[in-house]
Design a protein around this ligand. Structure first.
Ligand code: GLP
Length: 263
């Protein structure tokens, strides 16, 4: 794991967008793994600006999103498909048929999940996987106790997750689905590179466990400790509970890859 701490959330999302931008410029037909949530809105806004003002070209990119609510049609205003269309896909020159989000309204969810895994494999695999962190430590919708060997599947959402995401449902908890489809932890770990962006004090204790704590299925994101190319970008508020802070600062100053990233 490599960790970068930025002064503010604005800096983390700008840096994350820069990492993605460099990856796309380096490999225009890259397969991107994408995430949703409030944190990512600013990341996508930066990518839209890079497209419009600096010619960032998405035409040959393909994308796979991490997750989707079950029982919600892709066309619903609350689906992650709609979120992605609104925040990114309709604002850049990506080919719509090259974007993939699980279909939570599929009749045969098991077939939908198996097909998603097949499609990722057929694309050559995810080159860069973007990740957020749930307050309960989830990545995608891999809730506590998810197996590190898990694949794309139907999951039951943690009550804490339903509460955390109630804002997308007009603050009406009764509207928040109980189930979702998510890439598994093993699916995520297959990505060649993983980049997690974490902001805010509410996630500080969890982020310290993810980076410094023992690996445990109770905190899905600790599986990232096994990933050979994992970058974590956190703001000062989210980094507030890290005990190895001085070491992280030292690495930011002297690690060649991090120096290049921050230059
Ligand atoms: C949802 C998504 C996660 C995301 C999380 C964080 O639960 N399924 O993939 O990481 O939200 O959201 P936020 O950025 O809003 O804190």
């Amino acid at each position: 794991m490599k960790v970068v701490i930025c002064p503010t959330a604005e800096h983390t999302t700008a840096l994350t967008a820069r990492v993605i931008e460099r990856a796309v410029r380096q490999k225009p037909d890259i397969v991107l793994g994408l995430a949703t949530g409030r944190t990512m809105e600013a990341v996508y806004a930066h990518l839209v600006t890079a497209h419009r003002q600096a010619g960032l070209d998405f035409e040959r990119c393909r994308t796979f999103n991490l997750d989707e609510y079950a029982g919600i049609a892709p066309s619903s205003a609350r689906s992650y498909r709609t979120y992605m269309d609104e925040h990114l896909f309709s604002r850049v020159n990506i080919v719509h048929s090259a974007t993939h989000v699980p279909d939570g309204s599929a009749d045969d969810i098991a077939a939908q999940c198996a097909g998603y895994e097949d499609a990722i494999r057929a694309s050559g695999g995810v080159g860069l996987q973007l990740l957020g962190l749930g307050e309960n430590g989830h990545i995608g919708f891999n809730e506590p106790f998810s197996a590190f060997t898990s694949r794309t599947r139907l999951v039951t959402l943690d009550p804490a997750t339903r509460q955390q995401n109630v804002g997308m449902f007009d603050d009406d908890l009764t509207q928040v689905p109980y189930h979702a489809i998510t890439m598994g932890i093993a699916t995520i770990l297959d990505a060649r590179r993983t980049v997690m962006v974490v902001n805010g004090q509410a996630k500080a204790e969890m982020l310290a466990r993810v980076i410094e704590g023992p690996m445990t299925a109770s905190i899905s994101a600790t599986a990232l400790q096994m990933h050979a190319d994992c970058l974590i970008i956190a703001d000062e508020a989210a980094a507030g509970a890290l005990s190895r802070r001085a070491y992280i600062t030292h690495l930011m100053q002297h690690d060649p890859e991090l120096r290049a990233l921050l230059s």
